[in-house]
Design a protein around this ligand. Structure first.
Ligand code: F6P
Length: 331
């Protein structure tokens, strides 16, 4: 019997997960292994939602957002009993190795399974791009392009009405989406968790911009940004910032929370290529009998890292992007 390799997606979905699943399945067959689908992440694993996959099971999915394997968050898996059930289920189905596609919570779950004797390889996929040891995670590029298109549209109405727009984007602990889409979308101010801000200075920046002849402004805010002392203004940081700007500048201000549209849509070329390359390397590692690895792409080279090491590193944001945006928006 050929070796069985399981694949699951877990946590928040990310465009490009399907491209990764497609490659895992076809590369596994290429290496004479049997790919097994595990549906609904660790939740489905505990319940035995497992079936074989064929090359045709993954036809026509490379361009689709979401994940054909579904995703879920599992409270039970966080308990030792739940994890033991997961291991028993894998053994019952003869699955020796598992490929986990997801964000930091999902990869941390994979590490727990490694400690219980299952061979695991992680593939970083999260629009937040908050995983170290890879320049980009699957889904980030598509999410940023989605935000950029939305900002283009917001610009149209912002310029017609000569308003300030506060745009809130995803990123629970990370400012990557706000930073990249802010620079690419020409935002006046970018507010991210990694950099402290002073809302007074934000107001001054807006007034200065208007003195320079600008008639509207875009302020990008990551959902994980701090309240910056604006707790009394209520709501999320972006709502509080918008209220403060309206009250303190007198400029007509609106807020747009882009929300889950950032998680959907057809993956970009970059995400499809990243997903395909990372997933292929993940299968190579499984074929070699390796475990506790995470694949990543650094400086365009696909590599793998010890999973525990990778998860212990803090992803650094490139502040050059932040400074460049500040220069461009202040002139
Ligand atoms: O996938 C990451 C993420 O998009 C975060 O940026 C966001 O805070 C979170 O997921 C929302 O997740 P959900 O609404 O699915 O629980």
């Amino acid at each position: 019997m050929s070796r069985r390799v399981g694949v699951l997606t877990s946590g928040g979905d990310a465009p490009g997960m399907n491209a990764a699943i497609r490659t895992v399945v076809r590369a596994a067959i290429h290496y004479n292994m049997e790919p097994m689908a595990i549906y609904r992440g660790y939740h489905g694993l505990i319940r035995g939602e497992i079936e074989p996959l064929t090359s045709r099971s993954v036809s026509g999915i490379i361009q689709r957002g979401g994940t054909i394997l579904k995703s879920a968050r599992s409270e039970e898996f966080k308990t030792p009993e739940g994890r033991q059930k997961a291991v028993d289920m894998l053994k019952k189905h003869g699955i020796e190795s598992l490929i986990v596609i997801g964000g930091d919570g999902s990869l941390t779950g994979a590490l727990e399974l490694d400690k219980l004797g299952i061979r695991v390889v992680g593939i970083p996929a999260t629009i937040d791009n908050d995983i170290a040891c890879t320049d980009y995670s699957i889904g980030f590029d598509t999410a940023v392009n989605t935000v950029m298109e939305a900002v283009n549209k917001i610009r149209d109405t912002a310029s017609s009405h000569e308003r300030v727009y506060v745009v809130e984007v995803m990123g629970r602990h990370s400012g990557y989406i706000a930073l990249y889409s802010g620079l690419a979308g020409g935002a006046d101010v970018i507010i991210i968790p990694e950099v402290p801000y002073d809302v007074e200075k934000v107001c001054e920046h807006i007034k200065h911009a208007n003195q320079q002849g600008k008639t509207y402004n875009i302020i990008m805010v990551a959902e994980g940004a701090s309240h910056g002392g604006l707790e009394d203004f209520g709501g999320s940081p972006s709502i509080a910032i918008a209220r403060y700007i309206q009250e303190n500048t007198g400029y007509d201000t609106r807020i747009t929370i882009l929300g889950h549209i950032q998680r959907g849509g057809a993956p970009t070329m970059r995400d499809r290529l990243l997903a395909s390359r990372l997933a292929y390397h993940a299968v190579e590692l499984v074929y070699q009998g390796r475990s506790r690895r995470m694949v990543g792409e650094v400086d365009h080279v696909v590599k793998s890292w010890d999973l525990e090491f990778a998860l212990a590193q803090e992803k650094q944001i490139n502040l050059d992007y932040y400074h460049l945006s500040n220069i461009l928006s202040s002139i």
